[in-house]
Design a protein around this ligand. Structure first.
Ligand code: AMP
Ligand code: MG
Length: 490
């Protein structure tokens, strides 16, 4: 562990609610010393929202705080225990192998937010891992989580990325970094699986109560609070995954330890945004079977929620059969909620009014998606080009499709419904972190040049507002970019 100085840092009040309430799932631990901390990215607006002074965070002591080497008085950093189904196989003891929960902060709105470090050294959960993270993957999380936030999609946030000055051995030697991440909590489906697997019913109940208090307080008023908790998680996840699907986001590693109870997107590893629309798209180099392909995400979410329901069974009813019946009934809510969110989202992407008959809008949208797949159309730019078609300029859209008669027939049906192009531009992003741009930015950053990353951040932080000079950020990947693969962010 090395020596760690505990300096009083009066500007930071870190709470230890998780560690206090759920001690069985928290191992007190400290970060490895970073030899030469250097700031690579700081999210100043987020810092201010957390009532942290950005100038102080940039100072030498601030950097030591951001890598876990200067721990404020009263804080109690812990590695969290959790289980997880990884690619369908259950691992009872995963936990934070290279991460620490520094503690919780009360933000400017009075909300409790976790401050968590990723890449802070080996913990008792590290198994074979080195506990470290490389600059590229941590900046990738910074970039993509900021883009998701700007798109209005619930997500953990990145407060800062600090290079440690420690080399990390991967395929090659890479510079190391620590990501300081903020979340409404780090409770996951895997946290419940862990508590359930201990057989300690009192712990499971305490975890559920903690989750209700922090994320779904309305469940406490329900006739059956634990069932209400399950249904609340089902609801937020149905909504979240529909948002991913509408924007073409592929998470890449939807293991149950990477699915939150809060409904925030978490753990940006091998994630990516679709280029050409194709439900079979897989970017992760380790997802050989395509389990976490773009088009599978709703089904996988439902599968993960079934694992949450299983973990909660002892709290649903004393009688197992009745507990299973209740859980099954609650899980039945996922598909209709997902379908409703997806159809409403597609309708909005097509500029059609809320009240439009689903029997008209649904088949219209599905027909368009079939044509996108057939013609390998770039998912993000299509909807902006279609807004142009709604304004009367159909040629750019026509140029994207192979089967012109089919597209023309579709356009005629759609335009007869009077789509609103301005409404389309408000929900269809023009700038997303496209794979070729992310690669370009991270390669430059790993080599020491942060300018391309900062430029890309500028673009994706206002995803809907078309701005002059950003044309290349709106363009599809060059044809030779080809078969993109992401690596597991380690
Ligand atoms: P992930 O797929 O990133 O969500 O990680 C899955 C599990 O592997 C978690 O328990 C992580 O803490 C652990 N892990 C990932 N990378 C490392 C590493 N380099 N060292 C130690 N543990 C790791
Ligand atoms: Mg994870």
């Amino acid at each position: 562990m090395g020596e760690v100085s505990v300096a009083p840092l009066p500007t930071v009040a870190l709470h230890d609610r998780f560690a206090r309430e759920l001690g069985e799932m928290a191992v007190a631990w400290q970060a490895e010393p970073a030899p030469q901390p250097r700031l690579l990215a700081l999210n100043a607006p987020l810092a201010e929202q957390l009532r942290l002074d950005p100038d102080w965070l940039r100072s030498a002591q601030g950097l030591r705080f951001l890598v876990g080497n200067a721990v404020p008085e009263g804080a109690r950093p812990v590695a969290q225990a959790y289980s997880g189904h990884q690619f369908g196989g259950f691992v009872p003891r995963l936990g934070d192998g290279r991460a620490l929960l520094l503690g919780e902060l009360v933000d400017a709105d009075g909300r409790l937010r976790d401050l968590h470090l990723k890449g802070a050294g080996r913990t008792p959960f590290a198994r074979g891992g080195d506990g470290l993270a490389a600059v590229g993957p941590m900046l990738r999380e910074h970039l993509i989580s900021e883009a998701m936030h700007a798109l209005g999609i619930p997500t953990t946030r990145s407060l800062a990325v600090v290079a440690t000055g420690r080399p990390v051995q991967r395929e090659t030697v890479l510079p190391g970094a620590v990501l300081a991440r903020v979340a409404s909590s780090h409770l996951r489906v895997g946290s419940f699986q862990y508590a359930a697997a201990t057989g300690n019913l009192e712990l499971l109940r305490r975890l559920a109560d903690h989750a209700i208090a922090r994320h779904h307080p309305e469940a406490a008023q329900a006739d059956h609070p634990y069932r209400a908790l399950l249904e609340a998680v089902i609801a937020v996840q149905a909504s979240l995954v529909s948002r991913w699907m509408l924007v073409g986001f592929v998470h890449g590693v939807m293991n149950t330890d990477n699915m939150t109870i809060s409904g925030e997107t978490i753990d940006y590893g091998p994630c990516a945004f679709l280029d050409a629309f194709d439900p079979a798209t897989v970017y992760s180099s380790i997802d050989h079977g395509g389990r976490y392909a773009y088009g599978n995400q709703p089904v996988v979410a439902e599968w993960n929620l079934a694992r949450l329901a299983e973990a909660l069974l002892p709290l649903l009813h004393d009688d197992v059969e009745q507990a299973v019946a209740l859980a099954t009934e609650s899980l039945g809510g996922f598909r209709p909620q997902y379908a409703a969110a997806w159809s409403a989202g597609l309708r909005a992407k097509l500029g059609l009014p809320d009240g439009l008959d689903g029997a008209v809008a649904g088949p219209l949208a599905e027909d368009l998606l079939r044509q996108l797949e057939q013609s390998h159309v770039d998912h993000t730019s299509l909807f902006r080009v279609l807004a142009g078609a709604a304004r009367g300029n159909a040629e750019p859209a026509r140029g994207l499709f192979l089967d012109l008669p089919a597209f023309d027939a579709w356009t005629e049906r759609w335009r007869a419904l009077a789509p609103d192009p301005d409404a389309m531009d408000r929900v269809n992003p023009i700038y997303v972190p496209r794979n070729h741009l992310v690669e370009e930015a991270l390669t430059a950053a790993t080599g020491g040049d942060l300018a391309p990353m900062e430029a890309l951040l500028q673009a994706v932080r206002q995803p809907y507002a078309q701005r002059p000079g950003l044309e290349r950020y709106a363009e599809p990947a060059p044809r030779d970019f080809g078969d993109y693969r992401t690596f597991c962010g380690t």
